[in-house]
Structures are given as C-alpha cells and as structure tokens.
Design a protein around this ligand. Structure first.
Ligand code: ADP
Ligand code: ZN
Length: 215
C-alpha cells in the first residue's frame, strides 16, 4: 500500500484548517491538524497538553519531539491524509521525510496558501470558534446566524486564547523565521504550488482541487 499525503503551508489564518476539512469531507483525506491535536491534549490535561500549553499561549513552537510523536500516532493506519500546521520548521520536514520512507508514504504536493499580513490580523481578530464542536466562524465573512452562537450546537462562541494581537504578532514572526523556509524546501523537491488565499473559501478550494487533480 502506498500512502499519499499533501501538506498545506501558509501563515496562521490563511485557511489551512478550513480547506483541510473540505478535503476530508469531499475527497476522504484524513485531516491531521497538529494545532487541533494539541488543543485537545490541553483540554484533556494530558502530559502532552501540560507541556504544550505554555508554548501555545505565547505563540511559540511546541518542542519537535512532542509534535513528532503526535503526528506519528495520527498517521497510524492512514493511507490518504492532509497535514495542517505540520511541518512547521526544517527539522520537522526532514523528520517527516524519514517517516514517509519508513511507512512507504509519499508527499505529493505542498500547497502554499498566500495571504498578506494585514489580512491575517483582520481574520484572526474576527475568528470565533465553537467550544463544543470546533466549527470556525468569522464575524465579518462567515458570521453565525444567531448572535455569537454556534449554528449547530447553539453554544456561545469563544475566541481562541492565542487570537489576541500580541500572540498573533509572535505567531507571524515564528512563521516568517521558522516555517517560511519550507517554501524553498518543497520548491527544491518540485512539489510546491502557490495559491492566492485571499479569495473566497470556495474559490481557494477549487484552486486546490485543480492542483491535486483526481485523487
Ligand atoms: P495557527 O496556524 O492559526 O497559528 P495552529 O492551530 O496550527 O494555529 O497552532 C496553534 C499553536 O500550536 C501554535 O502557535 C504552536 O504553539 C502549536 N503548534 C501547532 N503545530 C505545531 C508544530 N508542527 N510544531 C510546533 N508547534 C505547533
Ligand atoms: Zn458547535
């Protein structure tokens, strides 16, 4: 069995999670989000969660060994996946290559979602999430029907604790310094594709579908 995976690259707020969920729904890619896995660990108070919490609060990267263990477990038995939020630095990307060699898997595309800094800050400050089902809203572009409540669960929406201006600035600088070098990394492998992610979620999704072709 050959496993295949695609990577979504891009700054926080570029829409990786939104697009990955669509890829899961429409094409059966298993969505692996290290951010979601970490938030779950923090909520459940697991040992991983206890380590991750302080890094996440500051918008810093959680140590590689913690992340690699999470990803390794998440990949278990999965043959078609989309990575969201991983890899986030060169050493994680190299480890992913090792993992793929061991598990006879292959990353077929790294898709970069391009968004300007101004737009990122605008999006993240307007982002709200449902604490119950995890659905993501944007007060400007995709508000809930009923004032600040989840359309599905009726629960009061919350702001992610790292969606404040200071932490956003930190996450952006971590992205620039540590994650952006991966653009070159995947370009050299010949699998990088850039997509204008300031367009609507539907338009971005269609562009991604064109890139991955029939899967
Ligand atoms: P965003 O992409 O919007 O910044 P994520 O949900 O992907 O948010 O990640 C939230 C936080 O979780 C990050 O700021 C970081 O602390 C941690 N994190 C997520 N993925 C990784 C990773 N691959 N390596 C290290 N830390 C990570
Ligand atoms: Zn909900």
């Amino acid at each position: 069995m050959e496993r295949i995976g695609i990577i979504l690259l891009g700054p926080p707020g570029s829409g990786k999670g939104t697009q990955a969920k669509e890829l899961e729904k429409k094409f059966g890619f298993v969505h692996i989000s290290t951010g979601d896995l970490l938030r779950k660990a923090v909520r459940e108070g697991t040992p991983v969660g206890k380590i991750a919490e302080k890094y996440m609060r500051e918008g810093a990267l959680v140590p590689d060994d913690v992340i690699l263990k999470l990803v390794n477990e998440a990949l278990d038995g999965v043959d078609k996946f989309v990575l969201d939020g991983f890899p986030r630095n060169t050493s994680q990307a190299e480890k992913l290559d090792d993992m793929m060699r061991e598990k006879s898997g292959k990353i077929t595309k790294a898709i970069l979602l391009e968004v300007t800094d101004d737009e990122i800050v605008r999006r993240l400050l307007a982002r709200r999430v449902c604490p119950s089902c995890g659905r993501v809203y944007n007060l400007i572009t995709s508000p809930p029907k009923d004032d600040n409540k989840c359309d599905v669960c009726g629960v009061q929406l919350i702001r992610r604790s790292d969606d404040n201006e200071d932490t956003i600035r930190n996450r952006l600088s971590v992205y620039r310094n540590e994650t952006a070098p991966l653009i070159d990394y995947y370009e050299r492998k010949g699998i990088l594709v850039k997509i204008d992610a300031e367009k609507s979620p539907d338009e971005v999704f269609n562009a991604i579908v064109r890139v991955i072709g029939a899967h």
